[in-house]
Design a protein around this ligand. Sequence first.
Ligand code: GLN
Length: 271
Amino acid sequence: MVNAAEKYREIRKALAEARAFDAEFEAREIIKEYTGELHVSSAELTPGAVSVIDEVVKRRMTGEPLQYIFGKWEFYGYTFYVGKGVLIPRPETELLVDIAAERLNKDSVMLDLFSGTGCVPISASIKTGAKCYAVELYDEAFSYLERNITLNRADVTAVKGDAYDGTLFGDMKFDLITANPPYLTGDEMRHLMREVSFEPETALFGGTDGLDPYRAFIPAWYPRIKPGGAIAAETGETQGEAVSEIMRAAGLTPQIIKDYSGLDRVVLGIR
Ligand code: GLN
């Protein structure tokens, strides 16, 4: 027989040797996930739990992200299904929801581009009551988006389409357009962390300098922003100035917003 605390120490050691980013955190999450307990205790594990946990650790040792193995992850306090073919929600992306919460109310209309799991529009819609639309092009990601809307019973309309096509909604206008486009550079793509290399390239690679998506989607959607409305775009930590310039050229007044690590993370461009 093995108890949860012993298993926890065993996993932590294995993950640390495999250079997991945070072996302690992941070992704890694995034990919690498969014991259904909030804490790691000295309770005996059932043989079933042990074999599930061993299988999870085996997959994790190949580099597969824990989020894909669990099949779900938390973002902004809500749960989202995740898996192969869709970008894993990152905590710094919660900034986009904070901005939506500051700018929107139940009478607002928001559009989210490059939606993936839908973590941004779903959280924003629950938090603000605004009507949200979510655009996603790729089949696998789109099915996660639809399932996550249902899971969270959110008032979000999923639209399968191209985030660069500013005519998707006719002449409808939005109070806020949020976007977490692919923004990694060619150089960053060649040096991906092992875990990130499991995620879809279409959600990561933004062209040689990572900025191609901004050059295309910002001018395409500018006419669809209400006066006083805005685009809030997540960026890489070195891209704040360049994206500000793209916004300025499109007619927006940009401001750079830092994440909780003090890094440039979002450019908010007001029309
Ligand atoms: N923030 C992601 C990463 O660091 C990149 C996601 C994106 O390109 N939008 O891997």
